[in-house]
Design a protein around this ligand. Structure first.
Ligand code: TYD
Ligand code: MG
Length: 469
């Protein structure tokens, strides 16, 4: 009898997937309490098939970097906003994770993509572990894709799914809704655990690589924004997309957070309607809100999302506070960045904000990450503080530095063209911005210092009529 006959035991954190040799009350990696679960070391990732004894390996051929590297063949779903985010379509043999809050519309998006692809003659298999096929059919009827030849299964058992898929020619696309419902016999943990999800994903990813089918997993996100449990899956797949939306809005934004085959800064914009998700090809119209000439505190930011320009209204409310510590609330922008703009306005532009509550909102539920929004945020804040409406036909972009200087940002010509297209006539932007050929159409108002902007807004506050700067 071998002394090491006792199966090796390890403890796996169900929150982050970290592996520990002994049980602990708290995971060292993610700090989660009571998340470690005992597992047999002979299962899960890294374990070979069964408990086979070590054999001498097969010799694999090593290859050089020079060689066959044809552009990854893409499968276009026909839903342009979806194809844009994936970088031009799904890559054959790749695995993609689509994450999002429950009820945000992941299943709707994917059944629509499946329907479009199937209608174009590509074989698609949709495996649901959450809904019965009858429910999926009802939804498809509502979406108007009932006669698309999508092949459905309601199944959660990985071995059965794989046996079915391997029994025939590989489809172009396999959708698994959701990865959290799957279970496999390869590991003996309970369904829903990290180990199960990881092993199930691994088996299906292997199928994708071998067969050339694209596999899309749906994953639910926990309240703190992580794909529940299997964060490990994010590392295993070729791409991770998040489907998100603000409560109360009908807009949904599909965003790539990881993409081995394309850019990660593109967004796809959809609107949830009674008949499913509608593509929004021109998001600016959505995020501009209802423009009103006489409202102080609103500025239009000429932004970029990936390669696409997006115009969005930034709304600020600056009001005298009744609290000892004034409130600063932000929706859709970075809190720290707002604090910085407020500090620059106080220190370099003599705008007093210390005794005011400040609320900042990005219209339409969009989240902006670009520093180029600084100037538009500052304009909205100053406009509200001085109660001076900004000109309705102006857009703003530019980064503000701690010294109060306005710094140039990239893609000015694209921003200006979009603004012109939507009927704006003026752009307040950093001094020295290269405008390309967009300038003749737009009146450029170059500014070097944030104080110049404050002065311009202040003059309109003085005369109160026909604001012009
Ligand atoms: P669903 O795709 O089931 O969300 P997920 O798979 O991310 O959990 O979407 C469910 C929501 O979408 C539900 O609240 C109803 C709404 N919805 C519509 O508004 N219109 C539609 O045509 C469909 C199918 C769903
Ligand atoms: Mg669903």
């Amino acid at each position: 009898m071998r002394s090491a006959a006792r199966a090796k035991v390890q403890f796996v954190c169900q929150s982050c997937g970290a592996v520990s040799a002994r049980w602990q009350g708290r995971c060292d990696e993610c700090g989660e309490w009571n998340s470690l679960v005992e597992e047999s070391g002979a299962s899960g990732v890294g374990a070979g098939p069964g408990r086979a004894t070590r054999r001498s390996g097969r010799i694999i051929t090593l290859e050089g970097l020079v060689g066959d590297a044809s552009e990854a063949p893409r499968i276009r779903t026909g839903i342009a906003e979806f194809d844009r985010v994936t970088g031009g379509g799904l890559v054959r043999g790749s695995a993609l994770l689509v994450g999002g809050d429950p009820g945000i519309g992941k299943s709707t998006l994917l059944i629509q993509a499946a329907g479009a692809l199937a209608a174009a003659g590509r074989p698609v298999v949709y495996v649901s572990g959450e809904e019965a096929t009858a429910q999926i059919r009802l939804r498809a009827a509502r979406l108007g894709i009932a006669d698309a030849p999508v092949r459905l299964a309601a199944e959660t058992h990985v071995e059965d799914i794989l046996a079915t898929l391997e029994d025939e020619a590989p489809p172009a696309l396999v959708i698994i809704d959701s990865i959290q419902t799957l279970w496999t016999e390869r590991v003996d943990s309970a369904p829903g655990t990290v180990t199960q999800v990881r092993a199930a994903a691994q088996a299906l990813i292997r199928y994708a690589k071998q067969s050339g089918a694209a596999v899309v997993f749906v994953g639910h996100v926990t309240k703190d924004g992580q794909i529940a449990g299997p964060r490990v899956v994010e590392h295993m797949v070729d791409g991770v997309l998040y489907f998100e939306g603000e409560g109360g809005h009908h807009f949904r934004i599909l965003r790539a957070v990881k993409n081995r085959f394309g850019p990660t800064d593109e967004i796809g914009v959809f609107e949830m309607t009674g008949a499913g998700l509608r593509e929004v090809a021109n998001p600016s119209e959505l995020f501009l809100g209802e423009r009103n000439a006489n409202t102080a505190g609103a500025a239009v930011f000429a932004g970029m999302e990936g390669t696409r320009p997006v115009l969005v209204e930034i709304q600020a409310l600056v009001a005298p506070t009744t609290l000892g510590t004034p409130r600063r609330a932000v929706i859709g922008w970075d809190q720290g960045r707002l604090a910085m703009i407020l500090a620059v306005l106080e220190a370099h532009c003599r705008v007093r904000l210390g005794d005011c509550d400040v609320y900042l909102n990005v219209a339409g539920g969009l989240r902006i990450g670009e520093p180029a929004a600084d100037l538009a945020v500052a304009a909205a804040l100053v406009s509200s503080r001085l109660n001076a409406p900004l000109p309705v036909d102006s857009v703003y972009f530019g980064e503000v530095s701690l010294s109060g200087a306005i710094r140039p940002v990239a893609h000015a010509p694209i921003r200006l063209k979009e603004a012109h297209k939507l009927g704006f006539g003026r752009a307040v932007m950093p001094d020295g911005t290269a405008t390309g050929d967009a300038e003749p159409a737009m009146t450029a108002k170059p500014m070097a210092e944030l104080a110049d902007l404050v002065a311009a807004v202040a003059t309109t506050a003085g005369n109160g009529s026909n604001p012009d700067h």
